[in-house]
Design a protein around this ligand. Sequence first.
Ligand code: C5P
Ligand code: MG
Length: 211
Amino acid sequence: MAPTTDLLKAPKKDTPVFSPENVTVLFVLGGPGAGKGTQCANLVRDYGFTHLSAGDLLRAEQEREGSEFGEMIKEYIRDGKIVPMEVTVQLLENAMTAQVEKDKSGKGKFLIDGFPRKMDQAIKFEETVCPSKFVLFFDCTEEEMQKRLLERGKTSGRADDNAESIMKRFKTFVETSMPVVDYFEKQGRVTPEAVYKETRGKLEQRLGKEF
Ligand code: C5P
Ligand code: MG
């Protein structure tokens, strides 16, 4: 994709923008409706993370007046497909930069929710933005996820919380996103999660109580 817009105007980099010394990044993965957003809200409350949901950032970009990606994002989301990574990586980088600049310490701790969902996103983000310390993976059955998403669809206003889009999202998750979880798993970077109490224990084991 040609970098012709403000969103994509950042120059190409060969070292990450943020150093993991200053910036803690945890990827939060799991199928649609696995509870990533809910768990992230708990972690924000207890540890002061900044929560960045890739899906939320894409929906905001879709709505942004003058965005040339609005229509494309809308179609990808409705079809449960993964939006071309340049867009999502740049949205995340912009949001992280804004937060780090706001926090005068130059530091930051981020939960990156629903990202990376495809191998190219994983590689690009870790090479150009910031390596992730580890990955929290929320496992959940499709049956349960479908039940939750259909329930959420009654009030979420989301164009993809309907039976047809949900099926497509599950397929994308299995075919495209699980390989990313497997990739991190092979590197010993995945922490599988069941309930929040466990999440806290394991997080503190990996990062220390005062991080
Ligand atoms: O995570 P969430 O369910 O909010 O994502 C909604 C949709 O946004 C996904 O189904 C996909 O179309 C898009 N998305 C993406 N890349 C990501 C995260 C979300 O393309 N990393
Ligand atoms: Mg979410």
